[in-house]
Design a protein around this ligand. Structure first.
Ligand code: SAH
Ligand code: DHB
Ligand code: MG
Length: 224
């Protein structure tokens, strides 16, 4: 991890993101519960929240909950449930899901967040079969080999003008190795091929450095 990147993140977060402090306990409690330290960074969480607000998001779908850190940023960006604010987050690991539920309840966000336990592919199929009101924003951040499957499932459930964001698409630059055998890299490259062919979206990747090292987000706008 680069010390300059972390220092710059700390400087800007201190100046611009005091609300990140309320969420720090999720990272601490997650670590204490033995969850891996792979949540989005505070600056990335705030970016997710600002994107949700910028598009007036009411309905958010997340794939990969962990301890609920990114879910908390997104849920706080939503209107109250009485105004339609709702976040559905999918998690395979029961222990992670239970930790996330406790953390979100502590922040009183449990009124607008539903954590669904199970394989995300199955949960996405179940949600689609219920023909839900479209989602405004989808955040994909689970097992990387399944990225393209999650994207394919999420796209028909996202409204035109909505956005689909995929975490960890750069992985310290490993993504450019076309001969990589790393399942994570292969998963990202399969996603990028699918997004490149997909006429319903317009996409870009934002490379990021910071307290989480060197990585990046894929942002896909669902064309109107
Ligand atoms: N979005 C979280 C971090 C998620 S880490 C944050 O930034 O705070 C990735 C999560 O995806 C882990 O909790 C892992 O258990 C979960 N996961 C892995 N494979 C999955 C699958 N097949 N279905 C659903 N969740 C899965
Ligand atoms: C890993 C997963 C993530 O979602 C992340 O943000 C960082 C690392 C991982 O599986 O190593
Ligand atoms: Mg991630």
């Amino acid at each position: 991890m680069n010390e300059t990147w972390s220092g710059v993140d700390a400087y800007f977060n201190g100046a611009l993101a005091p609300e990140a402090r309320d969420l720090e306990f999720i990272l601490e409690a997650s670590a204490a519960a033995g969850l891996p330290a792979i949540s989005v960074s505070p600056a990335q969480g705030k970016l997710l929240a600002l994107l949700a607000r910028a598009i007036g998001a009411r309905r958010v779908l997340e794939v990969g909950t962990l301890g609920g850190y990114s879910a908390a940023w997104l849920a706080r960006a939503l209107p109250p449930p009485t105004a339609g604010g709702t976040l559905i987050t999918l998690e395979l690991d029961k222990h992670h899901a239970e930790a996330a539920r406790a953390h979100l309840a502590h922040l009183r966000l449990d009124d607008r967040v539903e954590v669904i336990v199970g394989s995300a592919i199955d949960s996405l199929a179940a949600i689609a079969s219920e023909k839900p009101e479209p989602f405004d924003l989808v955040f994909i951040d689970a097992d990387k080999p399944s990225n393209a499957d999650y994207f394919a499932r999420a796209l028909p459930m996202t409204r035109p003008g909505g956005i689909i964001i995929v975490d960890n698409v750069v992985r310290e630059g490993a993504v450019v190795d076309a001969s990589s055998k790393d399942p994570g890299v292969l998963g990202v490259r399969r996603l990028v091929d699918a997004v490149a062919r997909e006429k319903r979206v317009s996409a870009t990747v934002v490379q990021t450095v910071g307290s989480k090292g060197y990585d990046g987000f894929l942002l896909a706008y669902v064309n109107g």
